[in-house]
Design a protein around this ligand. Structure first.
Ligand code: AMP
Ligand code: MG
Length: 349
C-alpha cells in the first residue's frame, strides 16, 4: 500500500487534511498523527478489524492493549463501565494532556482493543492535530506509538515513515512532538492509584492530585517474579540495534569508567559512542559523543531521547556507554525508557 504523507501546521490546521485523515479512520484504515507525547498510530477503537490492523502494522503482540484517545470528557462514561471520583479529579487536573487512566471497560470496547483485558486505557491528548482528528472522525481512536514493535517511539513523522511506510494508509506530519516520552499510565482499578508507566507526570504529581499514589513494583526492578501490570512494559522496548550500557556512580567515577570501557571496546574493533548530558560534553575527548540535553533542562533530555536512540542506528554504532539521567521530575520516566533500551545492563562505576 502507498502511505500518503500530509504536512499539517498545528498552529493553522488545514481542515481538508484533517477531513481526509478522518475519512480513512471512518472506513477502518490507519492514520499516524502527532500528539504532545509521541506519534500515535490511530484506528477506530470500537472496530475490532481496525485494532487487528494496528497490531499487524506494528508487529505488536496481540496481548499488549491499546490506549483509546478521546476529544471530549463525556466519552469517558461511554468507554468505562464505571468512572470513580478519582478519574474526574485526574481529568480535571491533567486533561487534555499526557496522562492515561485505566478503568473497567464498557461492553462496547472490543477485546481486540484491550488485549483481552476487562479494563480500558483512556487518554485525552492536548495536541491540536490529535484533537482535531479525533473530533472530525466522530470516533474513539485507539493509538499506540507509531513505531515497529520494539523500536524507539517516533517523535517526528520521519521516524514513522522509517518504520511503517507502505504498511499504513496515511501520516499527518505535524512536526516534532513536544514532550517526547509516552504518557503516564495510572491504574484506577486498584485501591491505591498505581502508576503502571512513568511519564510526564511523576508519582508526586499524582499523589498531590489524588491524595495517594504508588508505582507498580513490576516496573521498578528487573525481576521475573514481579510482572508489570501494563502488558507492554514486559516487552523489550525502545531499543536501538546498538548495545547500550548505563554506567552509574559518582560523576567523576562515571566519566573515568566510561573512558576506560570505550577504549577497550574501540580496541576490540567496535564502533563505540557515549551518551551524556550537555554539561559533560567536554569530558570525553576523542570519543563520538551524543548529548541527550542538559540536566538543568530535563524536558530537553525527554524531548531528545528517542531521536538520539535512532541516531545510534543511523550511524551504525555497535556499543554505547551512557550516563544515568536522574533528574528531579522526569528522571523516572527517562530512566525507565533508557533502562529498557539497555536491556537493564548497568555497570557500577
Ligand atoms: P503504547 O501506546 O504503545 O505506548 O502502549 C500502551 C501501553 O499501555 C502499553 O504498555 C500497554 O500495556 C498499556 N495498557 C493499555 N491498556 C491497558 C490496560 N487495560 N491495562 C494495563 N495496561 C494497559
Ligand atoms: Mg509503544
Amino acid at each position: 500500500m502507498e502511505t500518503i504523507v500530509r504536512r499539517i501546521d498545528p498552529r493553522r490546521i488545514d481542515p481538508s487534511a484533517v477531513e481526509e485523515a478522518a475519512c480513512v479512520l471512518r472506513r477502518g484504515g490507519l492514520v499516524a498523527f502527532p500528539t504532545e507525547t509521541v506519534y500515535g498510530l490511530g484506528g477506530d477503537a470500537l472496530d475490532p478489524g481496525a485494532s487487528a490492523a494496528i497490531y499487524a502494522a506494528k508487529g505488536r503482540p496481540s496481548d499488549n492493549p491499546l490506549i483509546v484517545h478521546i476529544a471530549d470528557l463525556s466519552a469517558l462514561e461511554r468507554l468505562a463501565s464505571s468512572v470513580p471520583d478519582a478519574a474526574w479529579r485526574l481529568a480535571k487536573a491533567c486533561w487534555p494532556g499526557p496522562l492515561t487512566m485505566i478503568l473497567p471497560k464498557a461492553a462496547c470496547v472490543p477485546d481486540q482493543t484491550t488485549g483481552g483485558l476487562p479494563t480500558v486505557a483512556v487518554r485525552f491528548p492536548s495536541h491540536p492535530v490529535a484533537r482535531a482528528l479525533i473530533e472530525a472522525s466522530g470516533r474513539y481512536i485507539a493509538a499506540p506509538s507509531a513505531n515497529t514493535s520494539g523500536r524507539p517511539s517516533p517523535t517526528c513523522a520521519r521516524h514513522v515513515e522509517e518504520d511503517l511506510s507502505g504498511r499504513i494508509d496515511m501520516i499527518l506530519d505535524g512536526g516534532e512532538c513536544e514532550i517526547g516520552l509516552e504518557s503516564t499510565i495510572v491504574d484506577l482499578t486498584e485501591d491505591v492509584p498505581t502508576i503502571l508507566r512513568p511519564g510526564y507526570y511523576a508519582e508526586a504529581d499524582i499523589r498531590r492530585i489524588l491524595g495517594s499514589a504508588r508505582t507498580d513494583p513490576g516496573i521498578l526492578r528487573e525481576d521475573s517474579n514481579v510482572r508489570p501490570k501494563a502488558p507492554g512494559m514486559r516487552y523489550r522496548h525502545y531499543a536501538p540495534r546498538a548495545k547500550i550500557v548505563i554506567v552509574e556512580g559518582k560523576p567523576d567515577d562515571v566519566v573515568r569508567a566510561i573512558l576506560t570501557e570505550v577504549r577497550k571496546e574501540t580496541a576490540a574493533g567496535r564502533k563505540t559512542a557515549v551518551l551524556c548530558c550537555g554539561e559533560h560534553e567536554g569530558l570525553y575527548p576523542d570519543v563520538r559523543i551524543f548529548s541527550a540535553g542538559h540536566l538543568a533542562r530535563e524536558e530537553e533530555i525527554a524531548h531528545n531521547l528517542y531521536t538520539t536512540l535512532r541516531r545510534f542506528d543511523e550511524e551504525g554504532i555497535d556499543t554505547v556507554y551512557s550516563e544515568a539521567f536522574e533528574t528531579p521530575s522526569l528522571g523516572s520516566a527517562i530512566m525507565n525508557r533508557l533502562l529498557k533500551a539497555a536491556g537493564h545492563t548497568v555497570l557500577p562505576a
